[in-house]
Design a protein around this ligand. Structure first.
Ligand code: FES
Length: 112
């Protein structure tokens, strides 16, 4: 059985819980958030996103999103290709074109 693509996610040593728009997801630890969003889409089937609009290398700000780390009381804006997954990270606002979906495929959230 195939597992998550190591070329995309790297060697997965553990999974941690993050909260995305109020919903908990188990994703590989210490990967860039943009890869965690891909994991939520392609491995968990719970997001849809137009990946053609992302540069993946911190050049044009296309992955702007709002988040907070566990010790933070207020959200901040950052780039999902630069912020790495840590246990308890909360995503308040997804990058433009990314939408969480219910398992039945209906949209839950919209992005910026
Ligand atoms: S993916 Fe383009 S700036 Fe992050």
């Amino acid at each position: 059985m195939l597992g998550p693509n190591k070329a995309i996610y790297g060697e997965i040593t553990r999974y941690v819980e993050i909260i995305v728009a109020g919903m908990p997801f188990e994703v590989p630890d210490d990967i860039p958030l943009i890869r965690a969003f891909q994991y939520i889409q392609f491995e968990l089937g719970r997001m849809t996103c137009d990946w053609s609009r992302f540069c993946f290398n911190d050049t044009i700000g296309c992955c702007h999103f709002e988040f907070s780390l566990p010790e933070q009381t207020e959200g901040e804006w950052g780039r999902a290709c630069c912020q790495r997954v840590v246990e308890g990270l909360v995503v308040h606002t997804l990058p433009k074109s990314c939408v969480l979906i219910y398992e039945a495929g209906q949209p839950i959230t919209s992005s910026v």
